[in-house]
Design a binder for this molecule. Structure first.
Ligand code: C2O
Ligand code: CU
Length: 432
């Protein structure tokens, strides 16, 4: 088998762990080695890393605005740290070794405690040697519930990922293969979506929370058997639901859809070889009670409105294969440096509105993630576009973002193609 090609897509009925961890009494998450069934049942199992015995980890569901406390036990034989991706939390709970915390050593426990300020679809993942620990499975969904959820029959989470596997199910041990790092990153030859529920009725209205937890793969997605709208991106409600045709998710990005089921639902990734099936939702009955009605916006966010920017910075992505020379000492860089430097890329006063032009001067797309904040993508006409925590910048293009830096601390800004991050695309900003 040519392992760069996809394994035949399995009839995909992969369930997320059925145990949900709810906020109230404190949550224990144990990072540990797990055995997963990624391939169809009759094929081999896969030795991975996960949480509480499963990969992906259990879904954590917490109400907006209430403190959640998570004891992270390190049951691995190496260090770890866990990041709560997209949550605008206190800096010391952000889970980033060097910048915000010490590594959690094997056998140790760290308590992460924070108040999620925004309802929406988030996720958690390892932030220590993450190009490897995430590739090996250390991811899970983190759902912050609205006070008034939308009127749907089912709320379904879908964790998307890919893995590079041998035919017997073993992960290939190539997490830092330099060819991948310099190109589009470590890509799997097998992909799927894990769903929290795999059966619905025709006529049901469902909310589908798509989370791209892959280390490097951009998923262009289509959904068959259901019609509806996109209602949120990266956790943040859209002011107006948007028509749903193709949804493109860069690593770490999320999209919430509200769709009406017309027949068996399948989620597919578009590839050059044609559609690749990631997951199916079976039909079990008919819902005749639901009145079809307009899909309404979710409860709006209440982030501060940006002011006139007081600083305008440029972040130029450099390096990689087929890229120009740059002054950094790793494969990739930003503004002629690679990796975390002692000095931040930007220093902002608390509450300052800043404009950043991200220039992609490389031959690959990059999914740029800012910790601790959401920012506006700017449209070409200078108007404010979508609020995101991760923005995809195509090769040779640039994107301006506007951010109100209202969360004090040391925050990472990095490419969420984790091969590129380990290859040097990492910097940070300071908000004081
Ligand atoms: Cu989702 Cu710095 O990470
Ligand atoms: Cu990148």
């Amino acid at each position: 088998m040519n392992r760069r090609q996809f394994l035949a897509s399995a009839s995909a009925l992969a369930l997320l762990p059925q145990q949900t961890l709810a906020g109230r009494d404190g949550i224990v998450l144990r990072a540990e080695a797990v055995t997963a069934q990624l391939l169809p049942d009759s094929d081999g199992t896969t030795e991975m890393l996960g949480f509480n015995g499963s990969m992906p980890g259990p879904e954590i569901r917490v109400p907006r605005g209430q403190r959640v406390s998570i004891d992270l036990e390190n049951g691995l034989d190496e260090g770890t740290a866990v990041h709560w991706h997209g949550i605008r939390l206190e800096n010391r709970m952000d889970g980033v070794p060097i910048l915000t915390q010490e590594i959690i050593n094997p056998g140790d426990t760290k308590t992460y405690s924070f108040v999620p300020p925004d309802a929406g679809t988030y996720w958690y993942h390892s932030h220590y040697i993450s190009h490897e620990q995430v590739a090996r499975g250390m991811v899970g969904p983190l759902i912050v519930e609205e006070v008034t959820p939308p009127d749907v029959d089912h709320d379904i989470t879908a964790i998307l990922a890919d893995w590079r596997m041998e035919e017997d199910g073993r992960l290939t041990d190539e997490f830092t293969d330099m060819h991948s790092v310099a190109h589009a990153g470590y890509m799997g030859n097998f992909a799927r979506a894990f769903l929290s529920q795999t059966s619905v009725r025709t006529g049901d209205r469902i909310r589908l929370r798509l989370i791209n937890t892959a280390t490097n793969r951009i998923f262009p997605l289509t959904i068959n058997g259901a019609q509806g709208m996109v209602v949120a991106l990266d956790g943040m409600p859209l002011a107006e639901p948007r028509a749903l045709d193709e949804v493109v998710l860069a690593p770490a990005q999320r999209a919430d859809l509200i769709v009406d089921v017309t027949s068996r639902v399948s989620l597919e990734m578009l590839t050059r070889q044609g559609p690749y099936r990631l997951a199916d939702i079976e039909i079990n009955g008919t819902n005749t009670d639901r009145q079809e009605g307009q899909i309404l916006p979710l409860t709006p966010h209440d982030l501060p409105a940006p002011a006139e920017p007081t600083q305008h910075l440029t972040l130029t992505m450099m390096g990689g294969a087929m890229g120009g020379r740059h002054g950094g000492d790793n494969i990739w860089g930003f503004n002629d440096t690679s990796d975390l430097q002692p000095e931040p890329f930007g220093s902002f006063g608390r509450g300052e509105t800043v404009r950043i032009t991200m220039v992609n001067d490389t031959s690959f797309p990059h999914g740029m993630h800012l910790h601790g904040h959401h920012f506006y993508e700017m449209a070409d006409d200078g108007s404010l576009g979508d609020l995101r925590d991760t923005t995809l910048v195509e090769a040779g293009e640039s994107r301006d973002i506007i951010c109100v830096f209202d969360n004090p601390g040391r925050w990472m800004l990095h490419c969420h193609m984790l091969s590129h991050a380990v290859g040097g695309m990492r910097t940070w900003v300071n908000v004081a």
